[in-house]
Design a protein around this ligand. Structure first.
Ligand code: DAK
Length: 259
């Protein structure tokens, strides 16, 4: 399948999804959201793919939802647009494979929000983050009020959202919004190296870790621990658990089969 605003590149067990509307700094219009949705479906259906990198073309990661599309919306249409974005971002968050955001530039509004729906964020030193919505007369609409406090804590999230201020990559790192900051030219290599490190681990275990973390963060610790026990048990029904532990005990290299 070919897309207008999204590049989809598969390289071995990895897929790089590049949002590609550089003239609008990769702002998310409905068309792009629908294409991202299809790209996620393609990844979900491909058993060979074990990690995904999401990035942006040009100098921006994603400069937000498309303001020119949003400007004329009425309340019903605005809600519909918000539902579409939330559906796509939630699908990305729940994808049973790890997703790394390689944040190459502006990650504002919906851009910051889509990066937060990814599992891990690696930023270029040129990246900038923020939720500028209150300055536009709206609230964050693609999960910013929900995911930002979970990542950086209530006080910091409220400050960023109420002030609409834009922060640099090093500040985003300091507050825990990004995992690592690297020079722009090293960004994709760094993201790919991280993806490969994950790919070399047992895929079913990684998938179950993601599920356990994502479910656990939304519940009380007893429910979370019960769920953890469940997925822990599931691992012992996999060939990869036998392989991982066997390789350790036999002092040999392991070969996981995603089984
Ligand atoms: N939407 C549409 N076009 C955008 C855009 C955006 N978010 N950001 C940039 N562009 C376009 C610019 O209009 C310009 O187009 P032309 O004039 O060339 O046709 C082109 O990209 C280049 O932008 P600039 O000339 O402005 O480039 P600069 O380097 O000077 O500035 C900038 C870069 C990122 C600082 C600036 O472009 C900027 O401030 N952009 C807007 C950033 C922003 O406010 N983003 C947040 C958008 S609000 C909801 C659903 C979703 C949301 C909310 C509610 N519900 C329905 C509940 C989400 C909201 C948002 O994401």
């Amino acid at each position: 399948m070919s897309f207008k605003n999204v590049n989809f590149e598969k390289d071995g067990k990895m897929v790089v999804i590049t949002i590609n509307r550089p003239k609008a700094l990769n702002a998310l219009n409905s068309e792009t959201l629908v294409e991202i949705d299809s790209a996620i479906d393609m990844v979900a259906e491909d058993e060979d793919v074990l990690a995904v990198i999401l990035t942006g073309a040009g100098k921006s990661f994603v400069a937000g939802a498309d303001i020119s599309e949003m400007k004329g919306l009425n309340a019903i249409e605005g809600r519909k647009f918000g539902i579409l974005g939330n559906k796509v971002f939630r699908k990305l968050e729940k994808l049973e494979k790890p997703v790394i955001a390689a944040v190459n530039g502006f990650a504002l509004g919906g851009g910051c929000e889509i990066s937060m729906a990814c599992d891990i964020r690696i930023a270029s030193s040129k990246a900038k983050f923020g939720q500028p919505e209150s300055g536009l007369g709206i609230t964050p609409g693609f999960g910013g009020t929900q995911r930002l406090p979970r990542l950086v804590g209530l006080g910091m999230a409220k400050e960023l959202i109420y002030t609409a201020k834009i922060i640099k990559a090093d500040e985003a790192f300091r507050i825990g919004l990004v995992n690592k900051v690297v020079e722009p030219e090293a960004l994709m290599d760094e993201a790919k190296a991280l993806a490969n490190t994950i790919i070399n681990n047992a895929p079913i275990a990684v998938k179950l870790c993601k599920e356990a973390i994502n479910r656990g963060i939304q519940t009380d610790i007893d429910t979370g621990a019960a769920y953890e026990s469940e997925v822990f048990g599931e691992c012992f029904a996999t060939e990869d658990q036998k392989e991982g532990m066997g390789a350790f005990l036999e002092k040999r290299d392991k070969t996981f089969k995603n089984k």
